[in-house]
Design a protein around this ligand. Structure first.
Ligand code: C2E
Ligand code: MG
Ligand code: MG
Length: 589
């Protein structure tokens, strides 16, 4: 029994031996087969780095050597000087501190790099008068791949592969700093495709996407290695031109770029001609930081739009507030709020097990003509920055609750409704009371409401946000993580929050059929989410192949154009009445 009181970090061989000896022969066989099934590699080494035993073989290609060729060898026989020295100092540290030590490292096994984690545990076994350690090696290549992929996704636009807003900000900040240090000049070009929405409407979203991809390629071909091309959002691209010696450089570049972009795009057998509006800001003269420079280039671009599009202009200090796109959107949003000029569309979510509708996501639409071209996510971002979000939030809550009540009155089976909550909405001190008022006014249970929040919103260190989540959970509302995988957090970070559902972001689903990495990541993520006892939903499912793969990975729910576009309340009512929500069969089930 004494052994039980021993330090938990130290394996007492006597204790293990006692237990082992107490096992019956069959149990011993059983134990041996368990150890041999461990996917990790377990070695016994002495304090100098000599291999004494191979306790679990792990993967067959362990060091690409059989056990007999490892015992008696030294770590330096397998690894280069840096790695073997690192191992030996880790072993020494583990013995000195009598505690567990770990390290992650990469090895070049043909044809690619593999990543491992080594855990070194001191033991009390002495061999030839030397201390020993147990080393457990785990292959973390899949985890590493998924980390790298997540980082890539958080910094790149998945459609074009170009840097996204986050990475562009980083590059621009770096470019401004180096121009200050080296006394050089640079320019930022804000390029917007004229009438892009018409292309999407007149052809298809697929053609629209192909145009954006080809457009990105043409921009890339135009630039020097040191220039940066990125996609800000929708049809907005940014170009950072560094180290310009004279103004003519920019003018020449713009002339050539406009010429290239004016050549007909041949996409899906359609000939499409486009033009672009370009706004230019120069650094360091037009702004101190990335934010100001982008803002200035955006204003210049908007001035081009106002004066007939298909042109370019430089930022001028005298651009008034009215010519500023940001202010235009903000004031138009304000007018829309005054007139309640919004609608909600509803996108159903389906069970992959039985095809039933499990819930619906409420998505905001602004009816104002002038804002039709602007993605909803951008409107929400501007509403957040200008504190208009709370009015929008009230509109959404009110309409969602009245709509559910209307469906209940039509004897349509009660459906859960998922409402998106942005960062500011979640930390609004009135959030809970607004929700409770609306539920009461319609005589609804709080359990019908699910809130979708992103990883970054959840992880903001905001006291009010945490309290709101707790209170809403207490009254019976549930929470899901939206766009999972696009933030920097991991599932372990999210474990402290009580969540019900994780929605895997569309960017992981887009290339699921052809991208082997995505297959590994999505299937592993689904497995992990389910092990945590949460429901997993895949967003943006657009075709049968994606649906079939997701089903084979054990994904619970799906949402996407393959099943249904976001629908107006009346369209969804018809679907619910015709399909009888609970028996409605989806494709692929
Ligand atoms: P989200 O919450 O991730 O919503 C899903 C978005 O993906 C919606 O875009 C939806 O129309 C789109 N979508 C769904 N299935 C597919 C598909 O198969 N293919 C493609 N290409 N797209 C698909 P939407 O409506 O433009 O909304 C964009 C974002 O704006 C939302 O992303 C959400 O973050 C935000 N948002 C929308 N409505 C609200 C709202 O009422 N409140 C708040 N705070 N945010 C909202
Ligand atoms: Mg959502
Ligand atoms: Mg989403």
């Amino acid at each position: 029994m004494n052994h039980l009181k021993e330090n938990r970090n130290i394996l007492s061989p006597q204790y293990l031996l006692d237990i082992y000896n107490q096992l019956k022969t069959n149990d011993k066989k059983y134990l041996n087969s368990i150890v041999s099934a461990i996917p990790d590699i377990i070695f016994l080494l002495d304090e100098e780095g000599n291999y004494l035993d191979v306790m679990a073989q792990g993967k067959e290609h362990l060091l690409y050597k059989p056990k007999e060729e490892i015992i008696g060898k030294h770590v330096s026989d397998f690894f280069n000087d840096t790695l073997s020295n690192a191992f030996i100092s880790l072993i020494k540290k583990a013995i000195e501190s009598q505690s567990l030590q770990s390290v992650e490292y990469a090895l070049h096994f043909k044809p690619k790099e593999e990543y491992f984690e080594a855990r070194v545990m001191p033991t009390r076994i002495k061999k030839n008068g030397k201390n020993t350690v147990i080393v457990i090696i785990r292959d973390i290549s899949e985890l590493q791949l998924s980390k790298e992929k997540m980082h890539y996704l958080a910094t790149h636009d998945t459609l074009t592969g170009l840097p996204n807003r986050t990475l562009l900000f980083e590059h621009l900040t770096h470019a401004i700093q180096s121009s200050k240090r080296n006394n050089t000049k640079g320019a930022l070009l804000f390029i917007d495709i004229d009438g892009f929405k018409d292309i999407n409407d007149n052809y298809s979203h697929k053609t629209g996407d192909s145009l954006l991809k080809e457009f990105a390629q043409r921009l890339l071909h135009m630039t020097r290695k040191s220039d940066i091309v990125g996609r800000l959002s929708g049809d907005e691209f940014l170009l950072i031109l560094e180290n310009l010696t004279k103004m003519d450089d920019i003018l020449n570049f713009i002339e050539k770029t406009r010429l290239q972009l004016s050549k007909t795009f041949v996409l899906d057998e359609n000939n499409i001609d486009i033009s672009v509006s370009i706004g230019i800001s120069c650094y360091p003269s037009d702004g101190e930081d990335a934010d100001q420079l982008i803002h200035a280039a955006d204003q210049a671009m908007y001035d081009v739009k106002k004066h007939g599009k298909d042109n370019f202009t430089f930022y001028k200090k005298e651009f008034s507030h009215t010519s500023n796109r940001y202010f235009f959107i903000r004031s138009t949003l304000k007018q829309a709020i005054k007139k309640d000029d919004f609608t909600i569309v509803y996108q159903p979510q389906f069970s992959l097990k039985d095809g039933s509708i499990t819930g619906i996501e409420a998505l905001l639409r602004c009816n104002n003509e002038a804002l039709q071209d602007i993605p909803v996510s951008r409107l929400i971002a501007i509403a957040e920055e200008s504190n208009l979000i709370h009015n929008i939030s009230r509109f959404v809550m009110q309409h969602c609750c009245s709509q559910i009540k209307a469906w209940q009155d039509m004897s349509i089976e009660s459906l859960n409704i998922a409402v998106n909550l942005s960062r500011k909405e979640l930390s609004d001190e009135n959030l809970v009371s607004v929700i409770e008022e609306n539920l009461q006014a319609c005589g609804l249970e709080a359990g019908i409401l699910e809130f979708e929040i992103t990883e970054s919103t959840l992880l903001q260190n905001n006291h009010l946000a945490k309290e709101n989540i707790q209170q809403l959970r207490n009254i019976g509302c549930s929470f899901s993580i939206d766009d999972y995988g696009t933030g920097f957090s991991s599932l372990t970070n999210l474990r402290e929050f009580q969540l019900d559902k994780i929605k895997i972001d569309k960017s992981f689903i887009d290339e699921l059929e052809e991208n082997e990495d995505d297959k590994i990541i999505v299937s592993a993520t689904i497995k992990m989410i389910k092990q945590l006892g949460l429901t997993v939903l895949a967003e943006g499912v657009e075709n049968e192949a994606q649906a079939t793969l997701l089903k084979s990975y054990g994904c619970d729910e799906v949402q996407g154009f393959y099943y249904s576009q976001p629908l107006s309340a009346s369209e969804l009512t018809r679907l619910l009445l015709d399909g009888k929500a609970h028996t409605y069969k989806v494709k692929g089930c």
